[in-house]
Write a protein that binds this ligand. Structure first.
Ligand code: 3PY
Length: 246
């Protein structure tokens, strides 16, 4: 089965009612490649605004979700609430949450398990720090993150993996196409530990300073099945990234 190209827009903690309406209008009026699956992820306060106004061809993702159902968990958001609001995706394990919010591999895996078992797709992020890359530990670090995930989940069909080297996030530094392809291939090889089918079918996105200029080359790599876009998803150029295969 051919893997459908996937482009996610991670707005992070950015935007206002008016700037987000502008992004939504821009996407609604754009001619988007129908062969590409697009998901945008605004901050939780704007999830409804986006879902209510955005074309239904584009799905919406939360930037976090809790690993338990509704209850006494102040400040958290539940899978049930997402589904009730027609939000069918969540980004989990982004390095900003792993480092700044100190989410462990275990926490990310538990969240991913709860979300996927209850009908919410997950853009599951992994990646190494600059120090780890320089120590030659990239594959080891990513494999450890994957290992934790594998020990908690059995259904991989609702997971899209985003490889995001931490040193390329918000720094303007992009992994070279060779560096990105090498890790994507290693992730696909690792997925054979789950099954050949999962290795063949799981989309692996590249994230980290993707923009309209570098997306073309990255998108041609055999194991790069799309992007998780940060800052550029807030700009009109996001449309060019979605259409990079056109
Ligand atoms: C970035 O491109 O900076 C990202 O973190 C995308 O998630």
């Amino acid at each position: 089965m051919a893997r459908k190209f996937f482009v996610g827009g991670n707005f992070k903690m950015n935007g206002t009612v008016s700037s987000i309406k502008e992004i939504v209008n821009n996407l609604n009026n754009a001619s988007l490649d129908p062969e590409v699956e697009v998901v945008v992820s605004p901050p939780s306060i704007y999830l409804h605004l986006v879902r209510d106004n955005l074309t239904k061809n584009i799905e919406v993702a939360a930037q976090n979700v809790f690993y338990k159902g509704n209850g006494a968990y102040t400040g958290e958001i539940s899978v049930e609430q997402l589904k009730d609001s027609n939000i069918n995706w969540a980004i989990l394990g982004h390095s900003e949450r792993r480092t700044i919010l100190q989410e462990s591999d275990e926490t990310v895996s538990l969240k991913t398990k709860y979300a996927t078992e209850n009908g919410v797709g997950v853009i599951w992020c992994c990646g190494e720090s600059l120090e780890e890359r320089e120590a030659g530990k990239t594959i080891e670090v990513v494999s450890k993150q994957l290992e934790s995930l594998k020990s908690h989940i059995s259904d991989w069909s609702k997971i899209v993996i985003a490889y995001e080297p931490i040193w390329a996030i918000g720094t303007g530094k992009v992994a070279t196409t060779e560096q990105a392809q090498e890790v994507h291939k290693a992730i696909r090889d690792w997925l054979k530990n789950v099954s050949d089918k999962v290795a063949e079918e799981t989309r692996i996105l590249y994230g980290g300073s993707v923009n309209e200029k570098n997306c073309g080359e990255l998108g041609k790599q055999p194991d790069i099945d799309g992007f998780l876009v940060g800052g550029a998803s807030l700009k009109p150029a996001f449309v060019d990234i979605i259409n990079c295969k056109k």
